[in-house]
Design a protein around this ligand. Structure first.
Ligand SMILES: [Ca+2]
Ligand SMILES: [Ca+2]
Length: 240
């Protein structure tokens, strides 16, 4: 879901944008956790712990979450992720981008690739890479992946470098995220190899210099604010 907020959240985010990353963070860091026997969105503690650690590191930056619950489903071609970000298939003719709805039990241990508590939708990935393109550069990216049977998850950045997260072959659920505060990242490609998988609950944080001009904030910030509130709520829920 792309979130809408009130004025309070917007104020908090406007302040948060001013917080620059620290020098100690200027390196690639990968966060990953996996749960081989995940049975549903609420049954993936290792993945959730990885996401919590990732969320804590980007807490000072403007960020956005999309759980694919409020957009179109079925074959969608290009998906508007929000914040100037889009998601497309690298082979849109043979394997156009498709949003599926759980339950879909063909390839996922949890009987559906949705990892959103209370949600149903997820990105279906079948043997063709998918690419996120960011009009406003990002410095952090993460998502839940389900049904993976390839050894390691490969993420390619816009400069051609590739990161492989140490996630083993499994059919359960995993979270993979990275921060790279030293670069401006304008695209991230996820290559599933020959696998059929799912992707859901993507989260990314904008580079401070990539944030839109203040004049555009009034239009854009409404989509960002509850993201932070949502992350804080999740953390509170985990602590309780
Ligand atoms: Ca979802
Ligand atoms: Ca699979």
């Amino acid at each position: 879901m792309k979130h809408w907020i009130g004025a309070l959240g917007a104020c908090g985010l406007a302040a948060a944008v001013l917080a620059a990353p620290t020098a100690s963070n200027a390196a690639v860091r990968i966060y990953s956790g996996y749960d081989t026997s995940a049975t549903g969105p609420g049954d993936k503690p290792n993945s959730d712990a990885a996401r919590a650690a990732f969320a804590a590191e980007i807490a000072g930056l403007m960020s956005l979450v999309n759980s694919f619950e409020s957009g179109p489903t079925g074959v969608v071609g290009t998906y508007d992720v929000g914040g100037g970000a889009t998601l497309t298939s690298n082979n849109p003719v043979a394997r156009p981008l498709t949003i599926k709805t759980s339950p879909y039990c063909g390839f996922y241990a949890e009987c559906g690739g949705n990892t959103t508590t209370g949600g149903r939708n997820f990105v279906f990935i079948s043997s063709v890479p998918v690419t996120f393109t960011f009009a406003h550069p990002i410095v952090a990216f993460g998502a839940y992946f389900s049904g993976g049977e390839v050894e390691g998850l490969k993420l390619t950045f816009d400069d051609g470098t590739e990161r492989t997260a140490p996630v083993p072959a499994l059919k359960g659920a995993s979270f993979v995220g990275f921060t790279d505060f030293g670069r401006q990242i304008t695209s991230v490609t996820f290559n599933p190899g020959r696998d059929i998988m799912a992707l859901d609950d993507v989260v990314f944080a904008f580079a401070p210099t990539g944030v839109p001009e203040p004049s555009a904030w009034a239009l854009m910030i409404a989509g960002f604010g509850l993201t932070g509130a949502s992350l804080r709520t999740r953390r509170r829920l985990r602590l309780s």
